[in-house]
Ligand binder design. Structure first.
Ligand SMILES: CC(C)(COP(=O)(O)OP(=O)(O)OC[C@H]1O[C@@H](n2cnc3c(N)ncnc32)[C@H](O)[C@@H]1OP(=O)(O)O)[C@@H](O)C(=O)NCCC(=O)NCCS
Length: 206
């Protein structure tokens, strides 16, 4: 398995990446924004993405987005093809994109929003902490990226204060505490997610 910084030679994988994201969003039903192949191409060529390939076969992808004049960067769009899941690949991609973010944007706070326990675990191990959305970027373009998520109406209803996703932030100013082996409290996270679902999805249906 090769895990490398993406470049123009990887443009041919844009369609399979977009399709894999779209299929996963259908299967999981929540918390994944769709991305077009054109959108993916831009991320493949700007030096801010990681791609994993098994020979010539697409296995995984993740990209960096820069927000608020480089005050923040997000590690977004993490996807592992179903054929390569549960082998530790997402963890390797996450680590690679984290290291690339730290190298290229050493002063930026790194953040992500997720409904997934897997991502929450990986972020936690890298030194991210759960935060409210008010601590993340207020760049409207970032939040526009949520428009294709099926829960976007919740984000609108709460005036961008909360949604089913949990915000997580790595602050380089608190670097000392990072990269320590930490355990996310899975039970607490699942409980929080279930409370949010009851709260927001019930309102949505009524
Ligand atoms: C989430 C996803 C990226 C995980 O990829 P993966 O390569 O199977 O993950 P890994 O094998 O590296 O596992 C990393 C950790 O997450 C855990 N994990 C993986 N899938 C999980 C799941 N569905 N639920 C809970 N934990 C999970 C693993 O046990 C592992 O934890 P550990 O280090 O304590 O053993 C992959 O399932 C995927 O692409 N899903 C669809 C897209 C998606 O949800 N993206 C995230 C959007 S925020």
């Amino acid at each position: 398995m090769k895990i490398v910084i993406a470049n123009e030679s990887h443009i041919k994988y844009a369609q399979v990446i977009a399709d894999t994201i779209s299929e996963s969003a259908k299967v999981r039903g929540t918390g994944i924004a769709k991305r077009s192949p054109e959108y993916i191409v831009k991320r493949l060529v700007n030096g801010n993405a990681i791609i994993a390939l098994d020979g010539d076969t697409f296995a995984g992808f993740c990209y960096i987005e820069v927000w608020g004049h480089q005050k923040f960067v997000a590690n977004s769009g993490l996807i592992v093809h179903p054929d390569f899941r549960n082998q530790g690949l997402a963890k390797k991609i996450k680590k690679a994109i984290f290291e690339l973010s730290r190298e290229k944007f050493p002063d930026a706070k790194i953040f992500g929003i997720t409904t997934g326990l897997a991502v929450m675990k990986m972020n936690y191990e890298l030194g991210y902490k759960p935060v409210t959305f008010s601590e993340l970027t207020d760049d409207p373009e970032f939040w526009k990226g949520c428009q294709t998520c099926k829960n976007f109406d919740i984000l609108t209803r709460t005036e961008q204060k909360m949604c089913l996703c949990t915000g997580m932030l790595y602050d380089p100013a608190q670097e000392k505490s990072a990269l320590q082996k930490k355990e996310v409290n899975s039970k607490a996270f699942k409980r929080l997610k279930s409370i949010k679902e009851q709260l927001f999805l019930k309102k949505k249906d009524s």
